[in-house]
Design a protein around this ligand. Structure first.
Ligand SMILES: O=P(O)(O)OC[C@H]1O[C@@H](O)[C@H](O)[C@@H](O)[C@@H]1O
Length: 265
């Protein structure tokens, strides 16, 4: 079931599955603000200081990064998609699933941002709730008649409860036990397991090339205006990403999928 809500001052779409799983997506950024599993538990982190008025990127949930990752290029930091207002596309209810697609083209990007990346494109991001799984299907189409380069990521902020009691398994580098700030890029492996103080999650990706793992630590968090000082230990970002810009031919499409499943404890 689909309904409309307001988050801060942002229009948002609520998806509710028959089993009670729910997701809230702001049109600004096609930004997933909340994901609750059928047991009613919130699985994502959202900063209590995040702007929710379209004046700046939202801090938490799942920011959509496109066409540049972080400062790896001379364009807008983390791209223009998280700063643009998307449109609702098709929605569906099938069995126990609920899904909604969000769409963005060059024409939706604020003029000031579009100047910095003047290419024709179409993005589609579909969120599907299916029991204890959230799936995000991301598609990038080059609708221009020349090739352009892009990077992208789904910058998921997990609510981990206690950072220092969190472990990540499944990276080529081995298990990570979190203690301090980190900002690392790992080659993509198809599946990770995140063990937090009170949950076990399987993170899967296809089509992306890396996992980015980020937490600013105590000092870093103090320098981030839209993050309260105490919040750094409550989240961890684990992001399926294509960190370096790579070409997409005229008329071609790219697809990436990210699924998160809450496992029995
Ligand atoms: O503050 P922003 O623009 O949302 O970026 C947050 C972080 O995003 C991560 O993906 C980057 O690896 C970090 O370097 C960056 O600090």
């Amino acid at each position: 079931m689909i309904s409309t809500e307001t988050a801060g001052s942002l229009p948002a779409i609520r998806l509710t599955a028959p089993d009670g799983a729910s997701a809230l997506v702001a049109l600004y950024g096609a930004h997933l603000l909340s994901w609750k599993t059928p047991d009613g538990r919130e699985r994502l982190f959202m900063s209590e200081r995040s702007p929710l008025d379209g004046s700046a990127a939202i801090r938490g949930g799942v920011p959509v990064i496109f066409p540049q990752f972080s400062t790896r290029g001379d364009g807008q930091r983390h791209g223009v998609a998280r700063l643009s207002t998307w449109r609702l596309g098709s929605t569906g209810d099938e069995g126990n699933q609920a899904s909604a697609e969000f769409l963005l083209t060059q024409d939706d990007v604020p003029a000031k941002l579009a100047q910095g990346w003047p290419h024709r494109f179409a993005l589609s991001l579909r969120f599907t709730l299916d029991g204890d799984t959230l799936r995000m299907d991301f598609r990038v189409d080059n609708t221009s008649d020349t090739s352009w380069d892009f990077a992208c990521a789904l910058h998921t902020y997990y609510a981990v409860g206690a950072f220092s009691k969190t472990t990540l398994h499944g990276l080529a580098a081995g298990a990570i036990h979190f203690a301090d700030a980190l900002d690392d890029i790992h080659p993509a492996t198809p599946s990770l397991e995140l063990q937090t103080a009170n949950a076990r999650l399987r993170l899967e990706q296809q089509g992306f090339t890396e996992w980015v793992v980020w937490n600013p630590g105590e000092k870093g968090a103090a320098a981030i205006a839209d993050l309260a000082d105490h919040e750094h230990s409550a989240f961890l970002c684990i992001e399926p990403a294509r960190v370096d810009k790579q070409p997409l031919a005229a008329g071609a499409e790219w697809r990436g999928t990210h699924s998160v499943t809450v496992l029995p404890e």
